[in-house]
Write a protein that binds this ligand. Structure first.
Ligand code: EAX
Length: 325
């Protein structure tokens, strides 16, 4: 319990029974890693609006920024916050099966990714969370990741060689950048901007919506649209919080989460469309004509090794997924 919640709780206890219906309001906190004006902020705001409305304000949703995603998931696990909305990047360290989604070039496009995550495969993966002390409520979206750096224009895989690239704290991504000849340096998102400023790393990779919302153009000059991996987003909540909801409130929360997902994805789509021009306006050199197949090929010799510790049957199902299946 945060100090604020403890105080609110103590205040509620001190009041005579039935004196203040306003205090019957239950607070819940959702942490996400970016400014409110972002695809995550859009998702969290839509959840807040829908859930508060559906429960006649019996619940109040507090939206907070925490750009250390691992820490936010831990907080949701132990219950100091109710929910985390962020990337799948560190999730595999809690629920190993989630790592299967982090394989480079696994998803062909956005429709493929959303279709898989909203269908049976996505549900099966969410079903793995409770045994790890978490509830996976709904898959959201971070987007296809692209490479930025401060050293040089990257046109082909060989240009990545020797670059120090920050990756998420994710062994699948680290191995992939190792295979490309980069020097992968894993760190939390909260450490990224200082590391780029101080030159601890030369580059990083993130979806356009993250680069735009977090002004990474201020510390990175070159952007290459590698689209090397799809980055799922996810809403994860504390099991105790979900279990304490009555059936109607739980249904309302699930519906609000779906509304949040839709708002989050709509914003990713919009940012992907407008973001490249925006980043050029802010001074970045953007390389758009990228031979993605060449990057995929450069990774191919390591792909088997990367997938060895993953679920081959699941990866095959994801690759073979077709609309309507
Ligand atoms: O979720 O750590 C990352 O690079 C994530 O993509 C970012 O925090 C947005």
């Amino acid at each position: 319990m945060t100090i604020a919640r403890r105080l609110a709780f103590a205040a509620a206890l001190a009041l005579p029974l039935g004196a203040a219906p306003a205090l019957a309001q239950t607070q819940l906190t959702i942490q996400h890693p970016l400014p409110l004006n972002s695809h995550y902020g859009a998702g969290a705001s839509a959840i807040k609006e829908a859930f508060e409305r559906a429960t006649n304000n019996r619940f109040r949703v507090n939206i907070q920024r925490n750009d250390n995603e691992r820490e936010a998931i831990e907080s949701a696990q132990i219950g100091t916050i109710e929910c985390y909305l962020g990337s799948n990047g560190p999730v595999g360290n809690f629920v190993p099966e989630a790592r299967n989604l982090d394989v480079p070039f696994l998803f062909r496009d956005t429709a493929h990714a959303r279709g898989v995550l909203d269908g049976a495969i996505g549900q099966e993966l969410l079903a793995r969370f409770p045994s790890r002390g978490l509830v996976g409520v709904v898959w959201m979206e971070n987007g296809f990741r692209h490479l930025t750096n401060s050293r040089r224009e990257v046109n082909q895989p060989a240009d990545i060689r020797g670059l120090k690239v920050r990756t998420m704290e994710n062994p699948v991504h680290m191995r992939a950048f190792n295979a490309l000849g980069a020097l992968p340096t894993p760190m939390a998102f909260s450490e990224l901007v200082p590391a780029l400023q101080q030159g601890t790393v030369d580059g990083q990779e993130n979806p356009i919506p993250v680069i735009v919302a977090n002004n990474l153009n201020q510390v990175q000059r070159f952007l290459t649209l590698t689209g090397h991996v799809y980055s799922p987003g996810i809403l994860i909540c504390n099991p105790g919080f979900i279990n304490r909801l009555n059936a109607a409130d739980r249904a309302a929360f699930q519906a609000a989460a779906v509304a949040g997902r839709d708002a989050n994805r709509a914003r990713v789509t919009a940012d992907d469309q407008s973001g490249i021009d925006e980043l050029r306006r802010r001074g970045m050199t953007v390389t758009t004509s990228v031979d993605n197949a060449a990057f995929q090929q450069a990774l191919a010799p390591q792909a088997a090794q990367i997938e060895q510790q993953l679920d081959a049957a699941l990866l095959r199902r994801i690759r073979e997924w077709q609309p309507g299946s």
